[in-house]
Write a protein of this length. Structure first.
Ligand SMILES: Cc1cc2nc3c(=O)[nH]c(=O)nc-3n(C[C@H](O)[C@H](O)[C@H](O)COP(=O)(O)OP(=O)(O)OC[C@H]3O[C@@H](n4cnc5c(N)ncnc54)[C@H](O)[C@@H]3O)c2cc1C
Ligand code: SF4
Ligand code: SF4
Ligand code: SF4
Length: 379
């Protein structure tokens, strides 16, 4: 049966809980706000199905011949509302037009992030846009299975660990299933997200965007509206939540030791920002957002063909495309200050805490200046 001795070996995907025939695994939050499985030993029959469904204990063997594309959605309005090039929306619209359903991460009423099922274009906006918080899978894997068994086309989106969890749970190939994962930096704690929101206003949140493009795709900003009419807006580089996220202070333990990072994936396709686009396809960069699309399977290739009339698209070399996106293949390093930061998140002022923990020492500043100078000299 599942027992978590080392938190870095659990991504919180819910596959074990969904696979248990006795429903005796509950997902419970730890002190940091992340969900982990907990087995009710009195009801467990020691069948081992949870371990077989776990994408970390029984990792999928992945072999795909990945192809890479730079792509933008021709619908500029949709692209501006999307984090990158708006490819997720293009696929979701296609699936809906075919009578299908899709799953992805949305804010709930309290602005926690949860996976939901959508079957119409109006609700598509709930899933559009990156939410830099771990999304709770809940019982969506079970819902997916039920749709698939009924012959409905299903498009499931999520982080690589969520996609691999779904595939392990299903344990069977379905031709009516399409999956897309992301190039994933890692997921911050839902508790840190809530502490950050409360530090901005005690009023309820009305809307939140992590990737507002009013200053451009490369210079994105965070925009949050509260019911007391306060509107908070900050360039991402100055925002304390994004600073904590990108300084790797508040990610799940498994994200520092991620087994899902690879050029080849179990998903049908991977969506990402095309960072470094100017070195590969500058003609596709207008600073409104360009996607990197990696195609891993025939199913993924077929979907790209189905949506291609709505896209501007160019095939590119996969290794060149990944040069500026190290999170595709490599986990971020665990900051030595991470655990101490997480322990203080409830008791200290959010902005001051992040400022304190991201301040660079004199030695760090000298080191990075030296690095930059050496780079210039040996160029
Ligand atoms: C936590 C996280 C880390 C990321 N790290 C990187 C990175 O290091 N490099 C990179 O190039 N791109 C990264 N991305 C992906 C990138 O931000 C875009 O989501 C992606 O390029 C798709 O953009 P789009 O314009 O096609 O669609 P959009 O409409 O912007 O994206 C919507 C899609 O993202 C999914 N999504 C949103 N939030 C979450 C979440 N919390 N958990 C699971 N799925 C979610 C939705 O379900 C939907 O499928 C990350 C995304 C997330 C959520
Ligand atoms: S061993 Fe079987 S019964 Fe026990 S927790 Fe795992 S799946 Fe459930
Ligand atoms: S990774 Fe997923 S399946 Fe494995 S123990 Fe964690 S929640 Fe369960
Ligand atoms: S970094 Fe790895 S473990 Fe963390 S959310 Fe992304 S895919 Fe999952």
């Amino acid at each position: 049966m599942i027992k978590i001795f080392d938190k870095s070996k659990c991504s919180g995907c819910h596959a074990c809980a969904m696979a248990c025939p006795k429903s005796c695994i509950s997902m419970e939050r730890d002190d940091e706000g992340f969900l982990y499985p907990n087995v009710d030993l009195d009801r467990c029959i020691d069948c081992g199905l949870c371990e077989r469904a776990c994408p970390i204990i029984s990792k999928n063997i992945v072999s795909s011949d990945t192809k890479a594309y730079a792509a933008i959605n021709k619908n500029e309005k949709i692209r501006l509302q999307s984090s990158s090039g708006g490819i997720f929306t293009a696929i979701a619209e296609q699936v809906i037009a075919n009578g299908g359903v899709f799953f992805g991460a949305a804010f709930d009423e309290g602005f926690d992030v949860k996976h939901i099922c959508v079957d119409n274009v109006e609700d598509l906006t709930k899933l559009r846009g990156s939410k830099y918080v771990q999304s709770t899978i809940g019982d969506t894997y079970k819902q997916v299975k039920s749709f698939l068994d009924n012959g409905t086309e299903v498009y499931f989106t999520g982080t690589p660990c969520q996609i691999e969890g779904l595939l392990k749970y299903l344990n069977k190939k379905y031709d009516n299933l399409l999956t897309s994962d992301l190039i994933c930096h890692g997921v911050p704690s839902p508790k840190v997200w809530q502490e950050y929101l409360q530090s901005k206003s005690s009023s309820k949140v009305r809307s939140a965007s992590f990737r507002n493009k009013s200053f451009g795709w490369g210079n994105y900003s965070v925009l949050i509206s509260f019911e007391d009419t306060l509107e908070y807006k900050s360039l991402a580089k100055d925002d304390k939540y994004i600073k904590a996220f990108l300084s790797d202070l508040c990610l799940r333990h498994s994200c520092y030791n991620c087994v899902f990072k690879s050029k080849n994936r179990a998903s049908d396709l991977t969506l990402a920002d095309f960072w470094g686009i100017n070195n590969v396809a500058p003609e596709l960069n207008d600073n409104k957002g360009t996607s990197l699309v990696l195609i891993h399977t025939e199913n993924g290739k077929e979907m790209l063909e189905r949506i291609s009339s709505g896209l501007v698209i160019k095939a590119v070399d996969v290794d060149l495309a990944l040069l500026n996106n190290p999170s595709a293949v490599k986990s971020v390093e665990k900051s030595k200050k991470r655990n101490s930061f997480m322990q203080k998140i409830e008791s200290e002022n959010f902005d001051k805490l992040v400022e304190k923990y991201t301040k660079r020492t004199l030695l760090q500043k000298v080191k990075s200046k030296l690095k930059r100078t050496l780079k210039k000299v040996f160029k």
